[in-house]
Every structure is written in structure tokens, then in C-alpha cells.
Design a protein around this ligand. Structure first.
Ligand SMILES: Cc1ncc(COP(=O)(O)O)c(C=O)c1O
Length: 458
């Protein structure tokens, strides 16, 4: 590495360490009890993550008192930011009366009624505690209803941490043809017997599987906008094409709207008019507390009714805990159309600002996404699937990590992988601040990029 490039990366690291000695001390203590000092792979980054102590509105404050604009929102779940007064009050009021009862409660069906009213395909719903559980149970529902075990999923589609969801949750970048299905350590290879993996945005791959194997397939599950795989939009006709294939071959279509519910009052299905049979939900529906849910067509969801002749068991000690329902209903009620329009347009402003920054600094890069969800990619051809995005990310090597650290040095907290998420407490001022920090960081990194990754310089 040239001297100038070396100096730039070292200086960024030094500044980070100078600003965050308290976090470094915490990390040492945490490492004694938590493997790697963390309890969630996604929140770790090198040299050590910041320890946040407080959040208010769209700002976070770390162990050293540094303030950060929160462009992560706990990975899209905190749509109203931190400690939103009405949500805090709803939590406090419910906490005063007990957090969870091991019994049904009216707040549960009120929350369910709210979701069913806003999500077009949602006739009935069941609750759980996370998006992971939501996708686990939505798949179980599809299998129980159809009597088949096979599932089609997307290469690089992210549905949480259960065995089936782990299959190609990181895309296959090693091959060029159809993605090879694989699992990570700890997941039995036997799970692959029932999963077939297809690239996002390719209808023919799905059709080919169904022509051969439809009578073994219960459902196809996908995020209608690929999330962790790169915030990639479906091409025109892709979702409608999947609906048509599902109908033709009599399998179920499942949308995982754990992230995308935020895009409209009724998620991507409402935006596109393409109705899935089943939907999984999480993140924003708990108002900042842990929540998940799944639901859809009444004839499918009826299988969870204890009076159903083939009823399947669905339990969970904290399912629809009253305090979560109270916070969630408050958050969802506040997330009306004007609120969604506002954050979506702030997201578009951010996207435009980042695009300008790439152009002005002469670095190859773009921003994908929609509305309040944005993702930086280090390439100039928009990625169409998770493999495209992962290859661009791999090609940028250490650069995304350095950009992430330097943005933190400048008071912006985002996902290390380059995702920027808008929340309702933000205004144009926060967006402009983020764009300025991004443009300044890119300009600072330009000589480093020219030295290490010359292919990214225009
Ligand atoms: C689309 C999608 N589905 C499921 C999950 C899993 O949700 P959780 O982390 O609540 O288990 C996530 C989490 O990021 C997600 O993005």
C-alpha cells in the first residue's frame, strides 16, 4: 500500500480509538463473558464496536458521550427513533399493569385488527417474538396446509436464524451458474433435501423447478425487496410473475415483509398490488420491543385454530406480550400515510445526495433501495440479485469498513454493510448532515481508493 493510503486508513483508525476509549474498555470486559464481546454477529465490527448508552429521537450517545445520528434504527426496526414519548408512555402504562399474563388480552386482537386492516392479504394473524420465528412458523403453516415439505428460497435472501433460513442466507459467489445451496456450520446438511435456491429477479429459475417438482413444493418465500442481500428492488413484473407461477403450479407465495412493511401502510404488497398467500412480519410491529407475526389467508391460518381437526401447535411464552402489543400498536398508529410519505421522501433526498457525492468525487458507486431504505454499492451497474451485490462488496475489500468508521468519526451511525435507514424524527437537516459527512468521507478516502482499489476510480 502506498504511504498516503496507509496514512489515511491509520488516521481513521486512530481517530476512532481516540474518540472511544470507554467503548474499548467495555469491549475488554464484555469479552470475558460474551464470545467476541458481543451477542449478535451483525452489531460487531473491527476494531471494536461502540457501546451505546442512550438514545433519543434519531440520536444515539455512546459510553464516551459522543453523539451519533442513528442511520441504522436497530436494523430498520426503530421507525420512530428512540424513546418516542407516546411509545414510552404506552410501555410505562402497560408495565404498571403487568407486562405479560400467560393469558389472552384485548390488546392482542386490537393489534391484530390494526395489522389486518392495513395489510391487504392479511385475514388472520398469529404472534411470536422475532422475525426468525415468524418465518419459521410461516413456513410451517405452508407445509401443514399443502402437506408438502419443499421450499424455494432466494440466494442471499435473509429470513433469520433457523435451519432452513440459514440456507444461502449469504449468497453463493463462488460459482457463476445457478447458485449452489449450502448451509453453515451447525446446520444439518439434511435441511438441503427440502430447499431449492434461486437468484432474486429470475422467474425462469423458479419455473424450471416447478415444472419438474411442483408436487413436492409447499411454497416460495422471499423478501419482496431483498434486504440484507443488498436492498435490491424487484424488476417490473417479477413479483406478479411469481404470483402467476404460484397459482399455475398450486404452491403458496410467501412474502417476508419483516423489513418492507415500513415502505407503505401495507408493505410492498400494498405498493405493488401483488398479494401473497402468507406474510411474515417483525421489526416495526413491536414499537421497539421484540416482536414477530405471521398471517394471511383465513383458510390457511385456520390450521392454528385449536378447534381445527388438523390443528397444529403454536406456542411461545412471550407471544403477543401485552407490553409489546401496547408499544407496537402505538407505533403503528403513528405510522400513517403522511409519516410514511415523509420518511420515503427523505430517503430519496439521501439517495440523490449520495449519488452526487459519488459523481463529484469520481468514485464508482451507487445507492439502491426505495423510500426510507438505502444501500451503498461499490459498482456502477445496479445489482439485480444478492450475488451481484456481494461480489461488488467483496471487490471493495476494506473500503466499506473504513467508510463506516470514518462516518462514525463524523457522528453518523450506519450499518457496516452500507445501509442507511430513515426514521420519523429525522428532518431534512439530518439528511443533509449525513450527505455532507458521506461526501466528505468519500473525498478523504479518494487517494486511498485510487491506491488500493483503482478499478473504483472513474
Ligand atoms: C427480511 C427479514 N426476515 C427475518 C428477519 C429475522 O428477524 P429477527 O432478527 O427479528 O429474528 C430479518 C432480520 O433482519 C429480516 O430482515
Amino acid at each position: 500500500m502506498g504511504n498516503e493510503a496507509e496514512n489515511i486508513s491509520q488516521k481513521i483508525l486512530d481517530t476512532y480509538k481516540e474518540k472511544t476509549p470507554g467503548s474499548m474498555a467495555h469491549q475488554e470486559l464484555a469479552g470475558r463473558y460474551l464470545p467476541g464481546g458481543d451477542t449478535r454477529s451483525a452489531t460487531y465490527f473491527s476494531p471494536y464496536p461502540v457501546y451505546m448508552e442512550r438514545g433519543r429521537g434519531c440520536y444515539l450517545y455512546d459510553a464516551d458521550g459522543n453523539q451519533y445520528l442513528d442511520m441504522l434504527g436497530n436494523y430498520t426496526s426503530l421507525i420512530h427513533g428512540h424513546a418516542q414519548p407516546a411509545i414510552v408512555e404506552a410501555i410505562r402504562e402497560q408495565a404498571d399493569n403487568g407486562t405479560v399474563f400467560g393469558a389472552v388480552g384485548a390488546i392482542q386482537y386490537r393489534h391484530a385488527e390494526h395489522l389486518c386492516n392495513r395489510i391487504p392479504s392479511m385475514d388472520m394473524i398469529r404472534y411470536c417474538n422475532s422475525g426468525t420465528e415468524a418465518t419459521l412458523f410461516v413456513i410451517r403453516a405452508a407445509r401443514a396446509f399443502t402437506g408438502r415439505d419443499g421450499i424455494i428460497k432466494i440466494d442471499g435472501g435473509y429470513h433469520g436464524g433457523h435451519d432452513l433460513a440459514e440456507v444461502n442466507n449469504v449468497p453463493d459467489i463462488a460459482t457463476d451458474g445457478p447458485p449452489r445451496a449450502s448451509v453453515h456450520a451447525g446446520v444439518p446438511a439434511s435441511v438441503l433435501q427440502d430447499v431449492q435456491v434461486v437468484p432474486f429477479n429470475e422467474l425462469t429459475a423458479v419455473a424450471t423447478i416447478l415444472e419438474k417438482d411442483a408436487d413436492r413444493i409447499a411454497a416460495i418465500i422471499l423478501e419482496p425487496v431483498l434486504g440484507a442481500g443488498g436492498v435490491i428492488l424487484p424488476q417490473d413484473g417479477y413479483l406478479a410473475g411469481l404470483r402467476e407461477l404460484a397459482d399455475r403450479f398450486k404452491i403458496l407465495l410467501i412474502f417476508d415483509e419483516v423489513i418492507t412493511l415500513r415502505l407503505s401502510t401495507g408493505g410492498m404488497q400494498k405498493l405493488t398490488g401483488v398479494m401473497p398467500d402468507l406474510t411474515s412480519l417483525g421489526k416495526i410491529i413491536g414499537g421497539g420491543l421484540p416482536a414477530g407475526a405471521f398471517g394471511g389467508r383465513a383458510d390457511i391460518m385456520a390450521i392454528f385454530d385449536p378447534a381445527h381437526p388438523r390443528a397444529i401447535t403454536h406456542s411461545g411464552t412471550f407471544n403477543a406480550a401485552n407490553m409489546v402489543m401496547a408499544a407496537g400498536l402505538c407505533a403503528l398508529t403513528a405510522l400513517d400515510q403522511p409519516a410514511i410519505d415523509r420518511i420515503n421522501s427523505l430517503g430519496e433526498r439521501l439517495k440523490k445526495g449520495f449519488h452526487n457525492a459519488f459523481q463529484e468525487t469520481g468514485v464508482r458507486g451507487l445507492v439502491s433501495g426505495i423510500g426510507s431504505l438505502n444501500q451503498v454499492h461499490w459498482c456502477d451497474d445496479p445489482p439485480q440479485n444478492a450475488r451481484d451485490a456481494a461480489r461488488a462488496l467483496a471487490g471493495a475489500g476494506e473500503l466499506p469498513g473504513l467508510l463506516h468508521l470514518e462516518l462514525m468519526n463524523r457522528g453518523i451511525y450506519s450499518a457496516k454493510r452500507g445501509m442507511f435507514v430513515i426514521s420519523t424524527p429525522m428532518t431534512g437537516e439530518e439528511i443533509d448532515k449525513t450527505v455532507a459527512a458521506f461526501a466528505g468521507t468519500l473525498a478523504r478516502l479518494k487517494p486511498y481508493i485510487a491506491d488500493r482499489y483503482p478499478q473504483l476510480v472513474v
